[in-house]
Design a protein around this ligand. Structure first.
Ligand code: GUN
Length: 290
């Protein structure tokens, strides 16, 4: 069987174009563009790259992009003060505090301080709770929502399918499981303590891998025809000395001989996250504007 490669990059470009098309309508009615504020604490190189690309994408969609950079030495109170100012700023519809934060700052306290209506990451307990009880008025985390969009594009109706989510983080695994449950999948959440993981994965029509272990999921673990969404982005040593390459949590080449469809790394889930962030910002702007 030849697997279909799910083109997340193309889907993300379409979504970004749809959001950009809808921005002028909002701006005409509201008298302002939707605004997204991104807060970065410290100079972690990977986080700096993400923050810069989020800013560029926001501007390219016709939205207002605000960036707040604090030094790694910033205190929790200083960060909370920035969040309070952004909560009160009428130009700001979405607030994203880039994670991870330096170890001396309590991430949960910072997330709790964000106005849930501006929490475009969907990490606030109010938004996590709304997702859990099926209240669609909340903000949904960007990466799992992007995964769901790709799955529905590929498989259509997901009702009754067996889904295995590998990983139980608050950012991906848990919200992903909630979204699949809401689509009437039979959902299993597997994690580092799961016994006989390969047997659990082999039952699945849908596999979402979000564990952060390079190429951990092997082709022989996958049911023939399964749809695989690979959230992992792992940098490993390349073929040439000194070179690196990006791989997912799934052994892509091995999986290709088994699955029905799979997202590549890079070019699968990654581009969807920013596209959904823009979508969430526009949704938040509409909800706030009434
Ligand atoms: N760090 C890695 N992924 C994310 C994300 O989706 N949101 C935020 N705020 N930080 C991240």
């Amino acid at each position: 069987m030849t697997a279909a490669i799910i083109d997340g990059k193309a889907f993300a470009e379409e979504l970004r174009a749809r959001v950009a098309d809808a921005v002028p309508g909002f701006a005409a009615a509201a008298g302002r563009a939707p605004g997204l504020a991104v807060v970065l604490v410290g100079e972690d190189p990977a986080s700096s790259v993400y923050v810069r690309s989020k800013g560029k994408a926001t501007t390219a969609a016709g939205m207002l992009s605000l960036e707040h950079r604090l030094p790694a030495s910033a205190t929790e109170n200083e960060l909370l003060e920035v969040v309070r100012l952004l909560n009160a700023d009428p130009q700001v519809d979405g607030i994203l505090v880039q994670l991870p934060l330096p170890a001396h700052i309590d991430e949960a306290a910072v997330i709790a301080a964000i106005d849930p209506a501006k929490d475009v990451d969907g990490f606030h307990v109010v938004n996590a709770g709304k997702l859990a009880v099926g209240d669609r008025s909340g903000m949904v985390p960007c990466t799992p929502l992007g995964c769901l969009m790709l799955l529905k594009e590929q498989r259509g109706d997901l009702s009754g399918l067996d889904a295995v989510v590998i990983g139980r983080s608050n950012i991906v695994g848990k919200p992903m499981a909630q979204l699949l449950l809401a689509e009437s999948c039979t959902v299993t959440i597997a994690h580092s303590r799961t016994r006989a993981l390969s047997d659990v994965v082999r039952r699945a029509d849908i596999v979402v891998a979000a564990v952060g272990r390079p190429e951990m999921v092997k082709g022989s673990w996958l049911r023939e025809g399964a749809v695989v969404i690979d959230v992992g982005i792992n940098r490993v040593a390349g073929a040439e000395p000194g070179k690196t390459r990006l791989v997912g949590d799934v052994d892509f080449a091995d999986a290709m001989g088994h699955v029905g469809a799979i997202t590549p790394v890079p070019g699968g889930v990654g581009p969807m996250t920013i596209a959904v962030l823009l979508r969430n910002t526009l949704v938040a702007a509409h909800l706030r504007q009434g």
